[in-house]
Design a protein around this ligand. Structure first.
Ligand SMILES: *[C@@H]1O[C@H](CO)[C@@H](O)[C@H](O)[C@H]1NC(C)=O
Length: 392
């Protein structure tokens, strides 16, 4: 029996607008899948986490190009992908090139790579779709040399995530039966349109629970920002834009100190764009780093993707000479670093309506001193989602 391991890794995320029905269909599915994954992660993860369901969608959509029958239909349903392969391809063909941007303000990179065992023959159709639509390279690896093979793949991942994701693959998960590994690396580094000032960062109390606090580095600013308090959800939303593209990070903060669990029952609703207002908001947000490794196989199985992981997997569109191909694992390692600037260089802020005299007093406050969730969106697509609940 042969095994395929799919690996996904990422650091942050984003890019530029695409407008059409295909995008809308993808966005709806992306929100549904993101919410479902979030709920699954909660089963095991009680503290902080960061994940990129989008990265899983990308690498499994590529796998789906070589899947047939129930193996494919389970993938389409479980991932909430657009209904036809044609629309799935249209989406990725338009969107993936936009996930390549590298300038002073904004760096974003999504890279796919397929590693196959020497001798495994990929179908030409699959290879051409992988290259032209998923921008994916293909390389031979000798999996019998586990340590070297893991090093080759881990080096590629490191290079494509600005050295943030290391040791994604444990050599011990490779063996002579491994015939293929699919990897998606997603890297993002952006600067806030409205930066925080380092001198405004102080240790402040964070309520881990109603009764337990811990002092942590908390960033502060008082600026014209996008904000909304949703009375039905009893929750505040704060959207912080990045410079250079239509990308933003939204912080979702329950009014109640211990309100996150209730909020998390409605994750899909939280991903919907809120009727934000622009006002002066007094903001306090922890400065934080989160790194998470997630085993996606049980999550995907819970979401109905089952055949892919069994002998009954039909991946003959990937390789017809390797009829026993199946997926043995899908793992992800993700990392986020939220700081005053996002990156180092400080420059004039872009979206400012600062009056020439003293600023008026803030009308609203967004004080994230208790557990909250967050997501980074690009043009409606959630690239990553996370939760901050327990300061380290
Ligand atoms: C997070 O970013 C800041 C500012 O760029 C940097 O000084 C710090 O080392 C980073 N932390 C990690 C864990 O990468």
């Amino acid at each position: 029996m042969r095994a395929v391991i799919l690996l996904v890794s990422f650091y942050g995320a984003l890019s530029q607008p695409v407008e059409n029905e295909v995008l809308k269909e993808f966005v709806n599915g992306n929100h549904k899948f993101t919410a479902a994954v979030y709920k699954e992660i909660l089963k095991n993860e009680k503290g902080n986490f960061i994940a990129s369901p989008f990265s899983v969608e990308t690498v499994l959509a590529l796998t789906n190009e070589g899947a047939k029958g129930d193996t494919s239909s389970e993938l389409i349903t479980g991932l909430s992908l657009p209904k036809t392969k044609d629309n799935i391809q249209k989406f990725f063909k338009t969107f993936l090139p936009k996930l390549k941007k590298s300038d002073e303000e904004l760096k974003i990179l999504s890279a796919n790579k397929i590693y196959v065992k020497e001798g495994v023959k990929l179908e030409n159709d699959f290879k051409s779709i992988a290259t032209s639509i998923y921008n994916s390279g293909v390389s031979d690896v000798d999996f019998k040399n586990k340590v070297e093979a893991a090093e080759t793949i881990n080096n590629w991942v490191e290079d494509n995530t600005n050295h943030k994701i290391k040791n994604l693959i444990d050599p011990d998960t490779l063996d002579k039966d491994t015939s293929m590994i699919l990897v998606n690396a997603l890297y993002f580094s952006g600067k806030w349109a409205s930066e925080f000032q380092s001198y405004s960062t102080y240790k402040k109390k964070f309520f881990k629970t109603k009764d337990e606090t811990v002092d942590i580095d908390t960033m502060y600013q008082s600026e014209y920002l996008s904000y909304y308090e949703n009375p039905a959800l009893n929750t505040k939303f704060l959207k912080l834009d990045y410079r250079g593209a239509d990308v933003s990070m939204t912080f979702v903060l329950p009014n109640a100190v211990d309100g996150l669990a209730t909020l998390e029952e409605n994750v899909e609703q939280l991903l919907v764009t809120q009727p934000l207002i622009k006002a002066i908001i007094e903001v306090e947000i922890p400065k934080f780093v989160t790194e998470t490794s997630i085993k996606f196989k049980p999550i995907l199985q819970d979401l109905g993707i089952q055949k892919l992981f069994t002998d009954e997997a039909d991946l003959t569109g990937l390789s017809s000479s390797d009829k026993n191909l199946l997926v043995s694992d899908v793992v992800q390692k993700a990392f986020i670093n939220v700081t005053e600037t996002g990156t180092e260089a400080a420059a004039a802020t872009a979206v400012h309506g600062v009056p020439s005299s003293l600023p008026p007093p803030p009308k609203y406050s967004f004080k994230a001193d208790h557990p909250f969730l967050y997501f980074i969106k690009y043009n409606g697509i959630v690239l990553f989602v996370g939760r901050y609940a327990t300061p380290s």
